[in-house]
Design a protein around this ligand. Structure first.
Ligand code: AP5
Length: 237
């Protein structure tokens, strides 16, 4: 690995359907860091029927947030895997004030040890999308079991109900039902918006316009990351 490369620690914040997963997959590839989605990690636990999965299943099915301590333990485990050495993109975490405080402390103690010269302070990219667009994105979303994301209105696959990449049958996420979507959006307003306000007040949040086409949102995000890394290099953070 390139020892001179700086660590990239980025959090993608935004309401359900904003495009966090869509963008994180592309940007993580570009930056050569893992994409860590708390929602994907939880869905994997549910699919495997683990103790955490059994606890999380009904909570996620109602569109509520899984308790902080369960999610923080899971994310800690993931962040300790060796592939996060060059950095990571976190998608969907943190989404409560308690998770945000926990993440700062965790990164300070375990991730950015003082011996590492390539330190870049973690920062947050907020993807902003109009409410009606969010509803359309969520009700039209289809995903392939391998994680590729489509939308029957906005980003349809070439062949109906089949993934362009691997041909697998596309499915509707269990929590993309209209009554659950409203709960998820309400949870975002009540519990996650204050997290964005906190990062904004600390000068650690940059907002991008998520209403634009996928490629244009990606370009905005890549520019934000490049600018941030350049500033961090100049100030020898
Ligand atoms: P999670 O999986 O994190 O879901 P979410 O935050 O609700 O976000 P989504 O995955 O729905 O949307 P996204 O922003 O990734 O959008 P996407 O790229 O798919 O969480 C699920 C549940 O797990 C939570 O409700 C909670 O219960 C639990 N959970 C997870 N993390 C937790 C935590 N930290 N604490 C507690 N509980 C937690 O795009 C959406 C659609 O739009 C797609 O169809 C896509 O094709 C389309 N699209 C994307 N971008 C564009 C664009 N620019 N133009 C047109 N269409 C677009």
């Amino acid at each position: 690995m390139d020892q001179t490369r700086r660590k990239i620690a980025v959090v993608f914040l935004g309401p359900p359907g904003a495009g966090k997963g869509t963008q994180a997959k592309v940007v993580a590839g570009h930056c050569r860091v893992p994409h860590i989605s708390s929602g994907d990690l939880l869905r994997d636990q549910v699919a495997r029927g683990t103790e955490l999965g059994l606890k999380a299943k009904s909570i996620m099915g109602r569109g509520e947030l899984v308790p902080d301590e369960l999610v923080c333990d899971m994310v800690a485990w993931r962040l300790r895997q060796p592939d996060t050495e060059p950095g990571f993109i976190l998608d969907g975490f943190p989404r409560t004030a308690a998770q945000a405080g926990w993440l700062d402390a965790f990164l300070e103690h375990e991730f950015f040890d003082n011996s590492h010269t390539g330190k870049v302070l973690p920062f947050v990219i907020q993807i902003e999308v109009d409410y009606n667009n969010l509803l359309r994105r969520l009700t039209g979303r289809r995903t392939c079991p391998a994680g590729h994301i489509y939308n029957i209105y906005l980003q349809p696959p070439r062949v109906d109900e089949a993934c362009d990449v691997d041909g697998l049958k596309l499915v509707i996420r269990n929590d993309d039902r209209e009554e659950v979507i409203r709960e998820r959006l309400a949870a975002y307003e009540q519990q996650t918006k204050p997290v964005a306000d906190y990062y904004w007040s600390k000068g650690r949040l940059v907002a991008v316009n998520g209403d634009l086409p996928v490629e244009e949102v990606t370009a905005q995000i890549n520019k934000v990351i490049e600018d941030h890394c350049a500033v961090a290099t100049d100030s020898k953070l």
